[in-house]
Design a protein around this ligand. Structure first.
Ligand code: GLC
Length: 512
């Protein structure tokens, strides 16, 4: 199964180059590459190649900068460490695909039952429901002549629904759907619907999705172990005033891949970097040992990796494969979430968590007197107050007087100086670039498994779209980690909404 992506490990645990994939890249550990992997931020201004303080700075500054850089050292991974992450990710992917090792794999590699990509002949009116980590969206979409046109959309924040019961959640969803149909004159119709549900589940078909565990801090009761397709149908039935034909339950990564494939037929992977993170790709059926469906053409299937769980600890809290890279801040994040020890990779890389990691570092720096004159406010000590979008605002702010940064901290009761802003920016960029590099290692593992020279990966998610540097860091790092492949990241427009309608349209075409 698979190819030669995974390098052999020597007994001392160090990786040995595999000539087929990585060996020829023997200079990958070179200083030049290490330098290229560093962030484009002011981190480089303050440290030399080995993370030492720049001797050109004056002595006083160096005392503080040393503390800053040494505190951020744990966020900076060398290229050999990233290669290792790529290897480990690939190994977990292979374990996930194999019947014998699936149960113990971190990366579950769920077959999605989406086997065919759009061929451009799809047409009709479709509804889409999209439940992700932040919003519930309802969409009405028209597909014809290779164009997907969104006719209407509503969006509802669901942060207050994270701890309700399954019945309450799905009744809410059905109510918003009914409202939407009423408003758009669709109540008398029975339209096909694609349902994007972006949490981990096992599928037995396109219309079956048994939730294995909640992620993204959801803990809605009575849903784990249940089929969310059935829960949605039951909620619709309880109302009795609308009728829809749910054709598919899909993950947002699948939606992103399909939405991208609508325009780029060669798209083989989908990546989400938003509240959470996950990736999917098209795998050959012969490589999917856990597949027990039919083997009719096309002999391929979209695999939902659920890579957010990469590095997970076991039930007793024993460390997983990423333990050597986990920082005290990541540990703290784990303790503050409902699924301590789970979805480790996601917690190191995605939008729900990066802001909080930055806040934890800032609190530590303040307490050490390195920033903010040592002044700590109650706001700054409030968990989750520092949103990941602030990281983007701060990193993209090039104004001489650091307006964005100052105004954010003003909200937390702090009047901060320009030199503090520079340090905050350094922290933000260390955290965001660690995420970008770890994600690139994951993508490198996927493209290596795909084994094509050129790979198009559709991407969606607010962190990817709105962060000023993540795209560039990912493009550069992927190039280093998958040197024999050309990976093109293509932003997919509304993968989870439009994508659900497209999957429904493909399913409808195949039924005809
Ligand atoms: C979480 C979910 C996964 C989803 C991702 C991005 O990791 O478990 O299903 O794709 O978030 O939304």
């Amino acid at each position: 199964m698979g190819n030669t992506c995974t390098k052999a490990r020597s007994e001392d645990g160090k990786t040995i180059s595999d000539p087929g994939q990585l060996g020829a890249n023997s200079d990958i550990n070179s200083d030049e590459n290490e330098l290229m992997l560093k962030t484009t931020s002011n981190y480089e201004d303050t440290v030399d190649d080995h993370g030492q303080a720049n001797p050109n700075r004056n002595a006083d500054e160096n005392i503080e900068e040393n503390e800053l850089t040494s505190m951020l050292k744990c966020m900076h991974h060398r290229i050999d460490q990233l290669i290792d992450v790529k290897e480990l990710m690939h190994r977990e992917m292979m374990k996930g695909l194999s019947k014998d090792t699936h149960n113990t794999a971190d990366v579950k590699m769920y077959p999605t039952y989406v086997r065919a990509t759009p061929d451009g002949t799809e047409s009709g009116d479709f509804l889409a429901l999209d439940i992700g980590g932040t919003n519930l969206r309802v969409l009405y979409v028209h597909i014809s002549d290779k164009v997907v046109k969104q006719i209407a959309e509503t969006r509802h924040e669901i942060k207050d629904l994270k701890k309700v019961t399954g019945i309450q959640l799905f009744d809410y969803v059905a109510e918003r759907l009914a409202e939407f149909m009423e408003k758009n004159g669709l109540k008398e119709k029975t339209l096909p619907l694609g349902f994007t549900f972006s949490f981990p589940y096992v599928q037995k078909g396109l219309t079956s999705a048994t939730l294995t565990a909640w992620s993204k801090d959801f803990e809605v009761s009575g849903v784990e172990g249940e089929d969310v397709y059935v829960l949605l149908q039951e909620a619709i039935k309880r109302r009795g005033d609308i009728s829809v034909n749910v054709l598919a339950v899909i993950n947002d990564t699948t939606g992103t891949l399909m939405s991208c494939a609508f325009e780029h037929h060669d798209c083989v992977a989908g990546l989400i970097l938003g509240t959470g993170t996950n990736a999917c790709y098209i795998e050959k059926l012969e490589n999917v040992d856990i597949w027990d469906g039919d083997t009719l053409p096309p002999q391929q299937i979209i695999i939902n990796t659920e890579w957010g769980a990469f590095g997970d600890r076991d039930a007793d809290g024993n460390g997983g494969v990423l333990e050597h890279l986990i920082t005290e801040y990541d540990d703290e994040i784990n303790r503050s979430t409902v699924n301590d020890g789970k979805h480790i990779f996601e917690k190191m890389t995605s939008g729900m968590y990066l802001g909080e990691i930055v806040r934890l570092i800032l609190v530590k720096l303040t307490k050490a007197g390195v920033i903010f004159n040592g002044n700590i406010t109650d706001d700054l000590e409030t968990k989750w107050i520092f949103k990941t979008k602030y990281i983007s605002y701060i990193e993209e702010d090039t104004s001489v007087n650091n307006e964005a940064c100052k105004s954010i901290f003003k909200k937390f009761g702090l009047e901060i100086k320009d030199e503090d802003c520079e340090k905050v920016k350094t922290v933000c960029s260390a955290v965001s670039s660690r995420a970008a590099k770890l994600l690139s290692a994951g993508i490198a593992a996927i493209v290596c498994q795909v084994g094509r020279k050129e790979v198009i990966c559709g991407v969606d998610g607010s962190l990817y779209k709105y962060h000023p540097n993540i795209k560039t860091i990912m493009a550069e790092t992927t190039k280093l980690l998958a040197p024999f492949m050309t990976v093109q990241y293509v932003e997919s427009s509304d993968g989870s909404g439009r994508g659900a309608a497209i999957v429904a349209a493909v399913a409808q075409r195949l039924k005809k």
